[in-house]
Design a protein around this ligand. Sequence first.
Ligand SMILES: [Zn+2]
Length: 111
Amino acid sequence: MKGPTDEEIRNVIMPLMLSGAKMLDRHCPVCGSPLFEKDGRVFCPVCEYRAKKKREFTAGENADVEAALRAKLAELSSTLPSEIDALEKHLSVMEKIIELILKYRTLEGGE
Ligand SMILES: [Zn+2]
């Protein structure tokens, strides 16, 4: 069984410890990572991360997400408010959507 990689320690375990989750002195039988407890739930962050990553790489799923994001973006850009505060909010949402689309692109092409 493969234990957590450096990447997983950096991206999963470290942020979890900083977020206030409790590291238990038990280990995951599957991957050997320390188990964590948060909000009364005991879980293996590494297995959850791996499962999530696997789902994200499932063919077609990224395209669906991207299509949904693009549709939202088109909708937003066709309904720009004229009032400046509202416009600013509107634009920051659009910016986030664009960021997400770019992120999905990276996921799809990477590794
Ligand atoms: Zn595990």
